[in-house]
Write a protein that binds this ligand. Sequence first.
Ligand code: URA
Ligand code: SF4
Length: 171
Amino acid sequence: RRAAVAARAARAGSLDELRAAVADCTACGLCASRTQTVFMDGTGSRGVVFVGEAPGEQEDRTGVPFVGPAGQLLTDIVTKGMGLHREEVAIANVLKCRPPGNRDPRPEEKAICTPWLERQLELLGARVLIPLGKHASGHLLGTPDASMGSMRGRSHQRPDGTQVIPTYHPA
Ligand code: URA
Ligand code: SF4
């Protein structure tokens, strides 16, 4: 199923096409409980992409990532901390569908969904990825068991040349 997602993702020639393909994805079990998929907010025009773990209740309801309480803090970090408009960065999640009751995503759900994220980062032309929290950070760095303390506070380079700067989850 991961290969099927990767093939569909590769066929998407634009972010709009990718968003539409994600919207009817049924590749993992999370499709059964979601209200809708949550693809992305913002434009990523600065080359900066924040990556959370998975949509929560309010995100599942609105279709927009980081709109709940954690999202308010993330908006403050972007606007007051970084001096950017929220629309200038891109905000996405590893998982595009909400796990029921906000349980932790299962490894196979992340494995199946990840080709969507990777194509998304490619189409965005992302240069700096800021994973939020231990789960997203470990996932993007390929070190799922690493502690936050060992990952944050520095920039890591991925094989594709993008920089990864792990930070705490705003929740
Ligand atoms: N937490 C996340 O990791 N992602 C969201 O979209 C909202 C809360
Ligand atoms: Fe598809 Fe990802 Fe949603 Fe699973 S979580 S149904 S792989 S979009």
